[in-house]
Ligand binder design. Structure first.
Ligand code: NAD
Length: 289
């Protein structure tokens, strides 16, 4: 049966490395990298994410600036805050927690963030940089998935990768990252004809759909690596998009939910914040961070 990819351990190891690098950054530049996190409203899941992001930032030796705004905040008000953060020299990374209340246009807010402080990698300029192979910021969840795959498999060159789900936040950037790692990439989605047959040819499967157990054990090629991005709240607790018991009997390696991709997402946010600070100050970081 499959090796379990321990995302918690991988994330802790990455966070330890980042904390070391933050120490070197601070001695070299006499300042700490700073991450500003903006939360609008009181969505409980968002509040949990924001809290753990703030904690991880501080644990890495960085500064965390939290901005909590009421649910009825206007778009103009939020745009003005983003503009202020864009020009604040103590802020290296800006993260506006999504989803935003209905009166605010999310894409207008994302467009307003300075692309060089966009540590979530959601700005179209960063999407374009990823698509064309330029340095920029890559969304944290797919970046974490790539790091898990590289740690589990080493070189990904020539492998057949199938990504299920084509969102701008996960599926699309995941496909581009795997392409950049020289995989042969298929991007499947809700209109894909014969998804089981498409998944069957994959050496690497990344499931990012949001439907519990969508990817069946019989679809998995024996020995394949399976990355389950899905977070579904069901009566039985948190489950992923992959039928874990069946898939883990045939896969070579698989991420659990929880404890797989989730912890890597936050570690990569901290990583992107350090990278943003280092680029601004011309500070050199290890190429593989
Ligand atoms: P989304 O709803 O934006 O996109 C879902 C995608 O799945 C769409 O592109 C759609 O075409 C595809 N899809 C829907 N039904 C399908 C079907 N039957 N067959 C094949 N494809 C189908 O979702 P998202 O933001 O990409 O998130 C996907 C999942 O990942 C969710 O469960 C979300 O909670 C989770 N997620 C986890 C993390 C993390 O840190 N672990 C981060 C982001 C999202």
């Amino acid at each position: 049966s499959a090796a379990i990819i321990d995302g918690k351990a991988a994330a802790q190891a990455l966070r330890d490395r980042i904390a070391d690098e933050v120490g070197r950054f601070r001695s070299a530049t006499r300042r700490a990298p700073g991450l500003a996190v903006v939360l609008v409203g009181e969505d409980p899941a968002s509040a949990v994410y924001v809290r753990s992001k703030g904690k991880a930032t501080i644990a890495a030796g960085m500064e965390s600036f939290e901005h909590r705004l009421p649910a009825d905040t206007s778009e103009e008000h939020l745009l003005a805050l983003v503009e202020k953060l864009n020009h604040d020299p103590t802020v290296d990374g800006i993260l506006v927690q999504l989803p935003l209340p209905a009166q605010i246009d999310e894409s207008a807010i994302i467009l307003a963030i300075d692309p060089d402080k966009d540590v979530d990698g959601f700005h179209p300029v960063n999407a374009g940089r990823l698509a064309t192979g330029l340095p920029g910021f890559v969304p944290c969840t797919p970046l974490g998935c790539l790091k898990l795959l590289q740690a589990a498999l080493g070189d990904l060159r020539g492998k057949e990768a199938v990504v299920v789900g084509r969102s701008n936040i996960v599926g699309k950037p995941m496909a581009l990252l795997l392409l950049g790692a020289d995989c042969t990439v298929t991007l499947a989605h809700s209109r894909t004809r014969d998804l089981p047959e498409v998944v069957r040819r994959a050496d690497i499967v990344v499931a990012a759909v949001g439907r519990p157990g969508l990817v069946r054990g019989e679809w998995i090629k024996p020995g394949a690596a399976v990355i389950d991005v899905g977070i579904n709240r069901t009566e039985g607790g948190l489950t992923g998009d992959v039928d874990y018991p069946a898939a883990s009997a045939v896969a070579g390696a698989i991420t659990p939910v929880p404890g797989g991709v989730g912890p890597m997402t936050i570690a990569c946010l901290i990583r992107n914040t350090l990278v943003a600070a280092a680029r601004r100050d011309g500070h050199l970081l290890p190429a593989d961070l």
